[in-house]
Ligand binder design. Structure first.
Ligand code: FAD
Ligand code: A2P
Length: 272
């Protein structure tokens, strides 16, 4: 497959075209970008859409992407992996401001407030790019209005992979409007598993050992009455976290049947 930069293709051929406004590379495997938002696009913070580029065969090459920006933002933000031989991301990683991407304006997803019953403490549990839907929900005022405590656990193999989340959380706390809403409700717990860092370990281990509760000074244990959770990571991660929540008596919810926790895959496949 050739590695044609997105900018060399004629923009006018793209259906549902949106213009790239900003691109930031975080590591050799991760980048984020912002695009214009179609005026008609309404979505709920936490949902995903199909985005992509025109393929070599003249047909759109689309993949599911969580919208990382909140529903109130004028633009749309995405946080992306770069899969070396990935049909889409081997090209998408070369986009630059002014380029166009395809965006199908049909948002869907289960990582939304509507799919959860009211609760007191919300757990946002992610690995890798599974942080993306939570980048939206952390910037969503409803998150802070609905819960007394929000615990953001994000685990990556290496420290550099945490940077997007770390910068976002730092900016959130500084933001005049959201910062005030957040107050002392945010408990951020980034960890690594394969490089030394201030906090280490898998989300699953830190939950079951009680370490995360002790480190953050949180009331220990998970209960169906108090705790709500949203999970977004690899299939193995989702399955393991789900088992922990179910063992604590929490029930999975959906848009049509709100529950105590919701799950979405951060990607399909085994990871790279
Ligand atoms: P693909 O052929 O799609 O993937 C090749 C292989 O790379 C996969 O089999 C898998 O092993 C691995 N892989 C793919 N995506 C990832 C990933 N994100 N992290 C680790 N390994 C991966 N990707 C994002 O980068 N950001 C998002 O916000 C995002 N949201 C998604 C939401 C949903 C509901 C789903 C189902 C997927 C989401 N993905 C997201 C994955 C995305 O759809 C593509 O798989 C990804 O962009 C790679 O596309 P590709 O064509 O280059 O490679
Ligand atoms: P680990 O390094 O111990 O495998 P990956 O890049 O493989 O998707 O993993 C991203 C992060 O998620 C890594 O820190 C990894 O830890 C962790 N992880 C992978 N699988 C699981 C799982 N089943 N439960 C909890 N954490 C997981």
């Amino acid at each position: 497959m050739t590695d044609t930069p997105a900018s060399t293709r004629p923009a006018t051929l793209l259906p549902d075209a949106q213009t790239v406004t900003e691109v930031k590379h975080w590591t050799d495997r991760l980048f984020s970008f912002r695009v214009t938002r179609p005026q008609s696009l309404r979505f709920r913070s936490g949902e995903f859409v199909m985005i992509g580029l025109m393929g070599e065969n003249g047909r759109p090459l689309l993949r599911a992407y969580s919208i990382a920006s909140p529903a109130w933002d004028d633009e749309l933000e995405f946080y992306s992996i770069k899969v070396p031989d990935g049909p889409l991301t081997s090209k998408l990683q070369h986009i630059q401001p002014g380029d166009q991407i395809i965006l199908r304006p049909k948002p869907v997803g289960t990582l939304v407030h509507d799919a959860l019953l009211p609760g007191k403490r919300l757990w946002l549990l992610a690995t890798g790019t599974g942080f993306a839907p939570f980048a939206s929900l952390l910037r969503e005022p409803e998150t802070w209005e609905k819960y007394d405590q929000v615990v953001m656990m994000h685990t990556c193999r290496e420290v550099a992979e945490l940077a997007y989340g770390q910068e976002l959380v730092a900016k959130l706390r500084e933001d005049e409007l959201i910062g005030e809403l957040i107050g002392d409700k945010l408990f951020y717990y980034p960890t690594t598993t394969r490089e030394d860092f201030s906090h280490m370990g898998r989300v699953t281990d830190n939950l079951t050992s009680g370490k995360v509760f002790r480190d953050l000074g949180l009331e220990e244990g998970l209960t169906a009455e108090r705790d709500r959770a949203m999970i977004c990571g690899s299939l193995a991660f989702n399955v393991d976290v789900k088992a922990i929540l179910e063992a604590a008596g929490l029930r999975e919810g959906a848009n049509s049947d709100p529950g105590h926790f919701v799950v979405e895959k951060a990607f399909v496949g085994d990871g790279i």
